[in-house]
Design a protein around this ligand. Structure first.
Ligand code: ATP
Ligand code: MG
Length: 218
């Protein structure tokens, strides 16, 4: 039973942060699985502002990433997209995201969802005390990454049992990086991302070298 605390009737809201450049089925399956496992009422997808961890590589505009995330989540009544990170004019830190969502939804219990590759780094360099006051953390499995976060283990023992959860999800070896490479190389991304996202990428000519962009987007 993952309902924490008898009598805790707060709304349970998942928070799925990401660059979403582009959003793909790995993100959507992660959100859906955690929502099921933790009996979440909804999941809010939060595209990052300036992704400092990715500085150096080119990232699509916040507006393009936001719209792709809206397109990908539109059909699910329990999924929504928040602009809190893209409207903050500084680099995205998880703690800021959670503070902003907390003030928008003061009565919700937040569950921050992250892939196996990201959970260790999020928890290793930020202020745990404040993070854990704001949300619970759920790490999901991701092909190629170890979910068992060994170096966190000693710390995890000192934390309340339900502060960090780990969830095994159906393996999808999809990454945004691979999707971008495929588009650049004129290879398909059908079925890796929602159809509407494929069409949006074509329409906006994303992930193609500027000098090879053509109006038909082919
Ligand atoms: P990039 O290759 O540009 O880093 P990405 O595919 O890792 O893109 P992000 O936007 O960086 O996507 O990831 C957002 C969140 O989704 C992170 O917590 C990441 O660990 C998680 N995630 C991404 N892809 C998967 C996947 N295939 N399975 C499980 N979790 C995933
Ligand atoms: Mg990533």
């Amino acid at each position: 039973d993952t309902r924490h605390g008898v009598g805790d009737t707060r709304r349970r809201v998942g928070v799925m942060g990401g660059t979403f450049d582009p959003i793909h089925h790995g993100h959507l399956v992660a959100a859906s699985e955690v929502a099921d496992r933790y009996d979440l009422d909804e999941v809010v997808f939060v595209p990052t502002g300036q992704p400092w961890q990715k500085s150096g590589s080119e990232v699509s505009t916040a507006e393009d990433r936001y719209l792709m995330t809206v397109i990908a989540t539109a059909s699910n009544p329990r999924f929504s997209v928040s602009r809190v990170d893209i409207e903050r004019d500084k680099a995205t830190y998880t703690v800021d995201t959670l503070r902003d969502l907390r003030s928008l939804m003061p009565d919700a219990q937040l569950y921050f969802i992250t892939g196996a590759d990201a959970i260790a780094s999020i928890l290793s360099w930020q202020n745990w005390t404040e993070l854990f006051e704001l949300a619970r953390f759920v790490g999901v499995s991701r092909p190629g990454y170890d979910l068992h976060v060994e170096h966190l283990a000693e710390h995890l023992e000192k934390l309340p049992a339900d502060t960090v959860g780990l969830v095994e999800i159906p393996a999808l070896a999809i990454s945004s990086t691979d999707c971008r490479t495929r588009v650049r190389d004129h290879r398909p991304i059908w079925y890796l991302v929602p159809d509407g996202v494929v069409q949006y990428i074509t329409k906006r000519n994303l992930y193609r070298p500027a000098n090879s962009r053509r109006l038909d987007g082919a």
